[in-house]
Design a protein around this ligand. Structure first.
Ligand SMILES: Cc1cc2nc3c(=O)[nH]c(=O)nc-3n(C[C@H](O)[C@H](O)[C@H](O)COP(=O)(O)OP(=O)(O)OC[C@H]3O[C@@H](n4cnc5c(N)ncnc54)[C@H](O)[C@@H]3O)c2cc1C
Length: 385
């Protein structure tokens, strides 16, 4: 079977799972601000969320290109993969940098759904984009780390058993470079939520389960540190290419969702005795958005295949994320305009996905920071930070 054929088969499988969760399901959750528990369970049982976990640990052992197909197809169906996508890329930190004991302990249980690793704790109120300004501190004492500090916009903590956390282990004044002295931990959330870990949900524009966290003497066994002490930022950055590429694939899926609705409406809606799509003022923006989406998709595919080949892909992963987020946002606007008043009507689902896809201009990395990466690291222009 060629890669294209196996991707097509995978698409069909994901479609089959997602068909059980029509847009009414997502609309209802959006209104109630509830977590898509049944969808996450179904995607776990079908093993799609364990796509990147190697077979020896109970996963599907697929590559990133295949994982992209899964998330793209999920979002194309009207689902929002956001409540579950972190499991795919956060797990990568354990897989790439964890000890064999950590992998044996966690990966099979994540693959079979016994444990959820949906939470990824990096952003802080005083250290947003500037990750090296992280203040949350893990102090080593008697074979444990005692963690204190605050994090903001940490998603899915309520629905996760584990969190991969970035914290300082050496004060910034005592390190040679600001990027040193940060470490990564697997934090077991089950016993600490509501006790030494305060979790306060933030209400945001879309149905997203993001939170403010306060760590008050949270104890983490030393064996839960991933890799070497002080090298955590490198491990986190290492996983970010996968995260960006996967989220770019979700944006492509969103773009396809919007275009399908826009085309359907342009073909079906009659005003002034003709279909609105006959007007080039309606048709051309849809055609342009399609062309931009297809171009962005090529960059997503390129970035994923470089990643899968083990080649450097920082520039491509960043460009894929930016281009796909821009393309899905263009498609969102085009769909909203094509639907006229129905575009902002919740029953038509465009406004829900419009809010969902807007996030990707900001998170997990904002467009400006991608442009800075391209300008400075790829093109060699002066640094702004
Ligand atoms: C719904 C939601 C869910 C999230 N989930 C998670 C999560 O699970 N885990 C997690 O760790 N984080 C999460 N985040 C955080 C997210 O990754 C950050 O919001 C994002 O990285 C931007 O950081 P900030 O909000 O602090 O923006 P800031 O750092 O305050 O930046 C604000 C603006 O200034 C711009 N800017 C800053 N510096 C420069 C510069 N040098 N040049 C040009 N422009 C600049 C930025 O591009 C941005 O547009 C989430 C955020 C949201 C909204």
């Amino acid at each position: 079977m060629t890669a294209r054929q196996s991707h097509e088969k995978l698409r069909e499988e994901v479609r089959k799972v997602c068909q059980k969760f029509p847009n009414e399901y997502w609309r209802d959750l959006d209104e109630k601000r509830e977590y898509p528990e049944e969808w996450v369970r179904a995607m776990t049982e079908s093993k799609h969320l364990a796509a990147l976990i190697p077979e020896e640990y109970g996963g599907l052992g697929l590559d990133l290109s295949a994982a992209c197909v899964i998330l793209e197809e999920a979002n194309r169906s009207g689902a929002n993969a956001n409540p579950a996508h972190a499991q795919m890329y956060v797990m990568g930190t354990v897989l790439r940098h964890g000890s064999e004991a950590q992998k044996r302990e966690y990966l099979p249980k994540i693959a079979n759904g016994e444990l959820r690793l949906q939470a990824f704790g990096v952003t802080e109120p005083e250290a947003g984009t500037e990750t090296t300004a992280t203040r949350t501190f893990a102090k080593k004492k008697n074979g444990k780390y005692i963690i204190n500090g605050r994090k903001i916009y940490i998603s899915r903590v309520q629905y996760s058993d584990l969190m991969v956390l970035l914290a300082r282990t050496t004060p910034v004044e005592k390190v040679e470079k600001k990027s040193h002295g940060l470490s990564v931990f697997i934090v077991d959330l089950r016993e600490i939520k509501g006790k030494s870990l305060d979790v306060k949900r933030r209400r945001v524009m879309m149905n997203n389960f993001t939170n403010e966290l306060e760590f008050r003497d949270v104890e983490v066994p030393a064996e839960n540190r991933i890799g070497e002490e002080g090298r955590g930022l490198k491990y986190i950055l290492d996983g970010m290419n996968a995260e960006r590429i996967l989220i770019a694939a979700e944006c492509v899926g969103d773009g396809r969702f919007f275009l399908e609705r826009a085309v359907e409406r342009a073909n079906g809606r009659e005003v002034f005795g003709r279909r609105i799509g006959e007007n080039q003022g309606v048709q051309f923006p849809i055609a342009r958005a399609y062309a931009n989406l297809e171009a962005a998709n090529l960059m997503v595919e390129k970035a994923a295949s470089l990643f899968d080949a083990g080649e450097p892909c920082g520039a491509e992963a960043n460009m894929a994320k930016m281009l796909a987020a821009d393309a899905s946002w263009e498609c969102a606007n085009v769909a909203m305009q094509t639907l006229g008043g129905y575009g902002v009507d919740a029953e038509y689902d465009v406004e829900r996905k419009f809010r969902e896809t807007r996030l990707y201009q900001v998170a997990p990395i904002s467009t400006n920071l991608i442009l800075a990466y391209i300008g400075e690291r790829v093109l060699g222009m002066p640094r702004s930070y």
